[in-house]
Design a protein around this ligand. Sequence first.
Ligand code: CUK
Ligand code: CUA
Length: 641
Amino acid sequence: MKHIIKSVAAFITGLVVLTGCNNSNQSNSKSGALASNVAEKVYVAPGEHDEFYAFISGGFSGQLSVYGLPSGRLFKVIPVFSQDAEKAWGYNEETKPMLETSHGFVPWDDAHHPDISQTAGEIDGRWVFINGNNTPRIAKVDLSTFETTEIIEIPNSAGNHSSSFVTENTEYVVAGTRFSVPIPQRDMPIKDYKGNFKGSLTFISVEPEHGHMDIKFQLIMPGFDYDLSHPGRGKSHGWFFFTTYNTEEASTLLEVNASQNDKDFIAAVNWKKIEEYVNNGGGTMMPANYAHNVYDESTHMATSTLKKEVLTVNPLEVPGAVFLLPTPKSPHGCDVDPTGEYIVGNGKLSANLTVHSFTKMLDAIEKEKFAGDAYGIPILNFEDVLAGSVEQPGLGPLHTEFDGKGNAYTTFFISSEVVKWKLGTWEVLDRQPCYYSVGHLMIPGGNSQKPWGKYVVAMNKITKDRYLPTGPEVTQSAQLYDISGEKMELLLDFPTIGEPHYAAGCPADLIKPRSKKLFPLEENNHPYATKSEADTKVVRDGNIVHVYMTMIRSHFSPDNIEGVKVGDKVYFHVTNLEQDYDVPHGVSMIGANTSELLIMPGQTETFLWEPKQEGVWPFYCTDFCSALHQEMQGYVRVSAA
Ligand code: CUK
Ligand code: CUA
């Protein structure tokens, strides 16, 4: 056995070396000379488990995918802001409400930044939050079921990009607008942007036990674009930092490109102060439309509620709550180190990487050393808050993560590399090429007080020749590096779903013990649940027909249904009576304008069928569940209306 593993490992190593040698773009790279033990470092033997979970965003697929590290194996794709025929997400009657918004049913979004909940500044493995950029939303995925259980729409927001990052005790998940827009929305000339369009930074409270989300307040900000954010931690707990661009407040960025401000800002927000203000009755209720969708684990059903108002706060009403830190030049990522002292502004067009000091910021605020307040908000002096800068580390810095050993890792999009540098001395320690044009990177826990600084995953924007060609569209790609030693070592390429932006990771041991194996039948509170075959029935109510159906290895009950008419709306409410781990059944109906249902043990799901033609129409189980799976089938007789 051991011998086989060794030779498989050697074979994989051989492949990696070959790929590396084939690559023209890496004369200075070490991947052409990978150490012989590289394959063993990512090899997880059959039946063994990976050490880490990685949750990688699916970008424009609207999904979140779950990988193991170090193997790079894909375990699951969780539909969030998408319809998914595999799981019937957004197709069955139970989950359709999850995709409702104030604009109606929107079964798509652009999902960028997953962030795992934290307790006392450390990843706790309970929930993953993720943003939808396009129709601004924040979703919560429960890591006991790996299902999306809540989605809240963000009013007065557009682009929703500097989202969804959590504070140290998951007090809040925070969502920042990308675009400034008229607040409240109204018909007005676009050219009158300046002074009229506003940004919004939304603080969504997270109830500690079940994670129920609610918008606590919305900070109405100057008309910048807000790019990314991160919470303070440790000494800077209670603060939140946001990068901005278009501080010119221009309606077309062509103009900005011509007259680019030398510096944009990192907005520092003392959310504790605003929370106190709001708790004392501060702020203004404003009309706003937004949907709040909740999936109930006990009924296995979602409900969508349209909310009508939101509490807004003007920062000028709360002195000492918001400050602007000048930061060159079009900063993208805004990353805070594990101690909470350093705030890294990744200026995309800047030659150097700017790092601000939280201590110096507080000091300058205390001494009231301000450079001005052009927007009514105090602007600090660049020199007063600068901790240091990494000189010419690379081109096009985007994002930074931390290993908890005093090192930072920054991605450079243009020079296509990850650069390791030292916090405090700002010296560059190592650099490794990425294939190609890296966006985000992720160290498990790398945006918490306690990173597990063993691996970094780079998520690349361009794949080109890294895999077998698949026509014009090639897979997106991630790369895994070992960062346990002094030098980074490339271990693995693995394909990803959609466009991965950010990812979040943590040790599997934080999640595995909480993982649900099935849904106990006695706890199923679905209003149409059928808990034994004896209770199955077909009930007509006008032209609506309810089929109370059960499934168990390997038959449906009832399996012959008569009395249905053309033009009826037939709801199949199907309960899986199994109580064993990993025995789902599926059900599908010919001509149904929906997907199949894949129903977990103890769960009830519903699909709607509207028969258009007389006849006798079959249905069958879609999931190979037993030796008699193929026999798991039935008929519905449809008569003339
Ligand atoms: S963004 Cu994609 S590479 Cu949405 Cu976090 Cu920087
Ligand atoms: Cu049940 Cu196949």
